[in-house]
Design a protein around this ligand. Structure first.
Ligand SMILES: *Cc1c(COP(=O)(O)O)cnc(C)c1O
Length: 457
């Protein structure tokens, strides 16, 4: 690397990227010093949103320093090298057993660590498909047109599964005012080609749960009366770490007979940084054996059930850290704090007289879903934009899935780091953003569409 006088200046006084463009297209011919590379990244990332004001994401934005140390000290460990790192593999199994216990599995079970709920859902739904095919083959029946039943309130990953793995999606549309599904919605779609029904515990859109008890009862009845054994998978990406602590007496898990598998994101209310998710089966038999591969690359035979192969160990260890660090008591304490602050925010929003809350009296994730109570010269997208421009808060506005697409709502996640003081400030800032919009009005319709902050994560 040639050393120009400028490089010497930069080395002495700090920063070559004060006046130089950063590499963005061509594979760099020369390298740079470690300090320069670090500064380059630091300056880029300084322009990101502030995670503490990101009320859009469900994903963990804070872990305590001791957990961060565990993560930092284990970044070099490939999770899949079970032969070399048997303790890490054992810690994964402990997490699976503890989650199965939390979800009331009746006996010995199995499961998998995944990259997040998306991989867990792909694997869980593949197992549904394989088990359905085996049942059909045993009956000598056709296996050419599998279908999967779920509501319009699911995460996009369910439609993705259907497209990637050639399954007909039978999607129950929502309606304005009804943002979850129940047995009456599911019943008309279930037949002998249904590989399973997916129900959501804590939807991405409003934080509520499908009527899982009702859907389970329907499927039990179908089994008794028509001999159709249709498994129920619960997508507990968010809710799987919330309901056991906030609503322990509300059954949604393996306490219900037809619930055969559950996914949960460790990196959402499991309070671990991304990416970590879990798939838990009710019984060993619910995992289709053909999906488990045995290999002996690394000197020892090993069974794997994953879409990915190599991946980090750090988040598995961090998940175990949280499970033992917090226990039921700790998770309950944290979830209740979030719920209390969400209630305070909800009350403040209601007191403003501008907003209506969505399903605030029902079991819900610790968040506030709200919308303008009346027509205004501005809409929810304008409020999201104004709030972000004035105060840097990221509170998304979005339209609901079909057939409730004319309903726009806003949603504020109330997480562990959002203190009571933050809640009070946020409420004042929302009031002020509305006061600004009262004076200046909203922006043009086409402008509006560009500032949708998104909702899918
Ligand atoms: C977040 C979410 C997903 C996807 O989970 P990842 O962990 O981000 O892959 C699936 N379903 C629901 C209900 C979610 O909230």
């Amino acid at each position: 690397m040639s050393t120009s006088p400028r490089d010497v200046d930069a080395a002495l006084f700090g920063n070559r990227f004060a006046i130089e463009e950063v590499p963005t297209r061509e594979f760099p011919a020369e390298g740079m010093s470690a300090v320069d590379a670090m500064r380059l990244l630091g300056e880029d990332l300084a322009l990101e949103g502030d995670p503490a004001r990101n009320l859009a994401t469900f994903v963990t934005t804070w872990m305590e320093p001791e957990a961060q140390r565990v993560i930092a000290q284990n970044l070099h460990r490939n999770f899949i090298d079970h032969a070399e790192y048997p303790r890490t593999a054992e810690i994964e199994q402990r997490c699976i057993r503890m989650l199965a216990d939390l979800f009331h599995a009746p006996g010995e079970t199995t499961g998998a660590r995944t990259q997040g709920s998306s991989e867990a859902i792909m694997l869980g739904a593949l197992s549904l498909k394989w088990n359905w095919r085996k049942r059909r083959e045993a009956e000598g029946a056709s296996t050419s047109s599998p279908n999967l039943v779920f509501g319009g309130d699911v995460h996009v990953v369910w439609e993705k599964f259907c497209r990637y793995f050639d399954v007909e999606p039978r999607i129950v549309p929502l309606t304005p005012g009804k943002y979850t599904i129940g047995p009456e919605d599911v019943a008309p779609h279930v037949d002998e080609n249904t590989i399973g029904v997916a129900a959501v515990l804590g939807t991405t859109f409003t934080g509520h749960k499908d009527d899982i008890v009702g859907i389970n009862d329907l499927l039990v009845r179908l089994k008794r009366e028509r001999g159709l054994d249709v498994p129920l998978h619960v997508d507990g990406a968010s809710g799987g770490f919330v309901w056991p602590f906030l609503y322990p007496d509300s059954p949604w898990d393996f306490r219900l007979e037809q619930v055969r598998s559950i996914n949960v994101s460790g990196h959402k209310f499991g309070l671990v940084y991304p990416g970590i998710g879990w798939l838990i089966f009710r019984e060993r038999a619910d995992l289709a054996p053909d999906l488990v591969f045995t290999e002996n690359y690394l000197g020892k035979t090993d069974a794997t059930f994953t879409l990915n192969f190599s991946t980090g160990s750090a988040m598995v260890l961090a998940q175990y850290y949280n499970l033992v660090r917090y226990g039921r008591a700790g998770y309950t304490y944290i979830m209740r704090n979030m719920q209390l602050n969400a209630q305070v925010l909800a009350e403040k929003l209601q007191a403003m007289g501008r907003f209506e809350l969505i399903g605030a009296g029902e079991e819900q994730l610790p968040l506030v879903a709200f919308r303008l109570a009346e027509q205004q010269p501005y809409d929810e997208f304008d409020i999201a934009w104004q709030l972000s421009a004035e105060r840097g808060w990221m509170v998304p506005a979005y339209t609901l899935p079909p057939d409730a697409q004319d309903v726009t709502i806003m949603r504020a996640l109330v997480k562990q780091t959002l203190s009571r003081e933050h809640v009070d400030t946020l409420a004042r800032d929302i009031e002020e953003a509305c006061a600004t919009l009262d004076k200046k009005g909203g922006v043009h319709e086409t402008e509006r569409r560009r500032i949708v902050t998104g909702s899918g994560h």
